[in-house]
Design a protein around this ligand. Structure first.
Ligand SMILES: [Zn+2]
Length: 186
């Protein structure tokens, strides 16, 4: 009788301890998998936002270059030249509209990662006659040549983790592009 009880307890308690350990391992493994999944989705979302931001940078710089060529393109070979400011602004807006696939009101066309109209917050055209010693744009970049300073902003959709990252992110892009094509990427 004693031997049976000893055998029973000897088998029973280790078995119960193994069950608890197995459950704990299962729960911690599931939690780790959930955390890794969240980190992966966050990483993909942030990479997506980074690529959308870079695409916006390129679109704005390309539009500014188009504006710099809006008049007297042959004068580019001679260095400084005068831009018609209204014409340069119109060309910038038109090129930005085409680059970002926007309508005439700068609203996104079709299924788009941009969720709001694009706002041109600031646009300034600097001709040689405007340039004085120590001249800077409103963001502090030195202006030394015929240049365009522009700030645009819009919101883009975030693909995942809306509870953590929100559904949208606001992008604000500032660029100064001059006629020697020195570009402030930062
Ligand atoms: Zn600027």
């Amino acid at each position: 009788m004693w031997r049976i009880r000893s055998w029973f307890t000897g088998r029973w308690y280790p078995c119960r301890r193994d069950t608890n350990r197995g459950s704990a391992t299962l729960i911690s493994g599931a939690m780790m998998a959930a955390v890794i999944t969240v980190i992966c989705i966050a990483f993909i979302s942030l990479r997506y936002l980074y690529s959308v931001r870079r695409a916006g940078d390129v679109a704005v710089v390309a539009a500014a270059l188009a504006a710099l060529r809006s008049e007297a393109a042959e004068n580019l070979a001679y260095g400084e030249y005068q831009l018609s400011k209204p014409a340069a602004v119109a060309v910038f807006k038109s090129a930005l509209q085409e680059n970002l696939k926007l309508d005439s009101s700068l609203r996104p066309l079709g299924d788009h990662c941009i969720t709001t109209p694009v706002t041109i917050e600031e646009i300034s055209v600097y001709n040689p006659e405007d340039i004085t010693a120590g001249l800077t744009c409103s963001c502090g970049t030195a202006i030394r040549k015929t240049s365009i300073h522009v700030i645009v902003s819009y919101r883009v959709r975030i693909p995942g983790l809306h509870g953590l990252l929100g559904t949208e992110s606001r992008l604000r892009i500032h660029k100064d592009v001059d006629n020697h094509y020195l570009i402030n990427i930062a």
